[in-house]
Design a protein around this ligand. Structure first.
Ligand code: NAD
Length: 435
């Protein structure tokens, strides 16, 4: 199958590589000339475990190509996947400017039957808008499909090759049949391909992300109450999660959710509800709780240091919004660093992968270190913001020797408070029995 991918970012590159890996002929298009020329040289623009190998192999075997020409990509692909950004607009809604502009161009270039598939997260009703554009340009024979993407950064290849489910929003038998065929190699273990109407498919993606964000904000609220009431949220999490109706996943309290999806998707669903004259009360709270949670650790520091943070050296471990990715979009670490800089702290930061993505953002006010222990030298406190594996079992004695004061703010609850106290640290977790 000839497949074109429009937008070669986290979703587009991973999906393009996986489609090529199952024997399709794939061209990935992007407006970013540097990105495309680098990809042609084998330089992968993002960190994603396993991606480099799969891109290189399929490029060498000529199943995967890269281009900056939208026209060439549209003419070539029978199935065209839109993997374009749909960021947050100022009013909270999803900004569809890029998607709709590209659709206009696709309508101009497409001269035969095509299946235009949105993997971009788009609000309910967007497929209808895209169809209208096609109709206006006399291209009503083009099938427009919603096919939301559920991959997770950090395990994107695995998620794409073995998705929990594929959602296809379409009423066209022809499009459904072609897409079912394209996805068949990925669902051999029996995971479902769910065919539904376009609006339900569009809504499914927002529902899934918003529900996961709700779980996180719920646990963060619970953790804050645990701090005040003397319970330990880690025990509570285990106790409640063992009920199969609740489940163990996504019950971790922390410094709030970030990334390129949850924050914007929650806000966009609130906005969609408003447009339909409905107030989505839970989601408003989810968003507010998250904003507050991102600032919690700084509050804990201020309390510990009696509001005297000026000139204190704070080491930050972890910058990406979660482990196994270099993505720092909406990362809580950035909010925390900015707040600390504002109140005069000195920041020493380390991330195993994402240092280079953040370096330019603080105008030289943050020192970055390739080694996590180096970053600890002379620190008045350590804040663990991202739970990279290598932070889980560090050499605590070495840490203590390097730090000026043995104070740890554990934003991901990766350490045992009792052990930390035994080792001589002053320890603060999230909801771990003590503010
Ligand atoms: P991204 O920013 O990593 O990639 C988007 C790419 O599109 C960039 O390379 C950019 O240069 C390119 N682009 C921008 N304008 C273009 C244009 N006019 N023509 C061609 N290319 C253009 O974004 P992403 O994280 O891959 O997300 C893409 C979509 O998928 C979004 O709607 C997002 O919500 C959704 N999504 C993302 C994830 C994720 O984990 N990142 C998961 C599921 C769904």
């Amino acid at each position: 199958m000839e497949i074109s991918i429009i937008g070669t970012g986290y979703v587009g590159l991973v999906q393009g590589a996986c489609f090529a890996d199952t024997g399709n002929s794939v061209v990935c298009m992007d407006v970013d000339e540097k990105k495309i020329s680098n990809l042609k040289k084998g330089i992968i623009p993002i960190y994603e475990p396993g991606l480099e190998e799969i891109v290189r192999r399929n490029f060498q075997e000529e199943r995967l190509e890269f281009t900056t020409s939208l026209k060439a990509a549209v003419e070539r692909g029978k199935v065209i996947f839109l993997c374009l950004p749909t960021p947050q607009s100022e009013d909270g809604s999803a900004d569809l400017t890029r998607v709709l502009a590209v659709v206009e161009q696709i309508a101009t270039y497409a001269n035969e039957y095509k299946i235009l598939v949105s993997k971009s997260t788009i609000p309910v009703g967007t497929v209808d808008r895209i169809r209208q554009i096609m109709r206006k340009k006399g291209k009503q024979d083009i099938d427009v499909v919603s096919n939301p993407e559920f991959l997770k950064e950090g395990s994107a290849i695995e998620d794409s090759l073995k998705p929990d489910r594929i959602v296809i929003g379409s009423k066209s038998k022809r499009a459904i049949s072609v897409l079912t065929d394209v996805y068949a190699p990925f669902v051999r273990t029996g995971n479902p391909i769910m065919v539904m109407d376009e609006r339900s498919a569009e809504m499914t993606k927002y529902a899934a992300n918003s529900f996961l964000a709700t779980k996180i904000s719920f646990m963060n609220e619970l953790a804050n109450l645990c701090d005040k009431s003397g319970a330990d949220v880690e025990w509570v999490r285990r106790g409640m999660g063992s009920d199969p109706r609740i489940g163990q996943q996504f019950l971790f309290a922390g410094v709030g959710y970030g990334g390129s999806c949850f924050p914007k998707d929650v806000k966009a669903l609130i906005k969609t509800a408003q447009e339909h004259e409905y107030e989505f009360k839970i989601l408003r709270a989810v968003d507010e709780v998250n904003e507050r949670q991102k600032r919690l650790i700084v509050k804990k520091m201020l309390r510990h240091f009696n509001n005297q943070i000026q000139q204190k050296v704070i080491t930050i471990w972890g910058l990406s919004f979660k482990p196994q990715t270099d993505d720092v979009r909406e990362a809580p670490a950035l909010v925390i660093i900015n707040s600390l800089l504002e109140i005069g702290a000195k920041i020493r930061a380390h991330d195993p992968i994402a240092n280079s993505k953040v370096r330019g953002q603080f105008g030289g006010k943050v020192e970055f270190f390739d080694n996590n222990y180096e970053a600890l030298k002379g620190a008045d406190a350590l804040a663990v913001i991202t739970e990279w594996n290598e932070f889980r079992r560090p050499d605590f004695d070495r840490m203590k020797a390097l730090m000026k004061r043995p104070v740890i703010f554990d934003g991901r609850n990766i350490y045992d408070p009792k052990l930390m106290r035994e080792k001589g640290f002053i320890y603060f977790g999230i909801g771990r029995n003590g503010e």
